[in-house]
Design a protein. Structure first.
Length: 81
């Protein structure tokens, strides 16, 4: 596979991950049922300090943390409709 094909596949994988992130709800805790991207920043920061869960949920919460602390939530606005 060429470098260009690898880049396209990586972008596609990232897009799929972000779309899944947008549709995934918190499975437990105080904010159970809320979309991960809509979790309050202090809650996500708490996870960052305590340690993210293992597996895909942890990767998703870590991504939400990076999005929120860098003020990038607006990037999801076009995807919400």
């Amino acid at each position: 596979m060429s470098d260009e094909e690898n880049k396209k596949q990586g972008l596609s994988g990232n897009r799929a991950f972000l779309q899944k992130l947008l549709k995934t709800r918190m499975p437990f805790g105080k904010y159970k049922g809320r979309f991960l991207i809509d979790l309050p920043e202090p809650y996500v920061v708490w996870f960052a300090r305590q340690g993210f869960p293992k597996g895909e949920l942890g990767r998703m919460l870590e991504t939400v943390y990076e999005i929120k602390v860098n003020g990038l939530e607006y990037l999801f606005d076009p995807l919400r409709s």
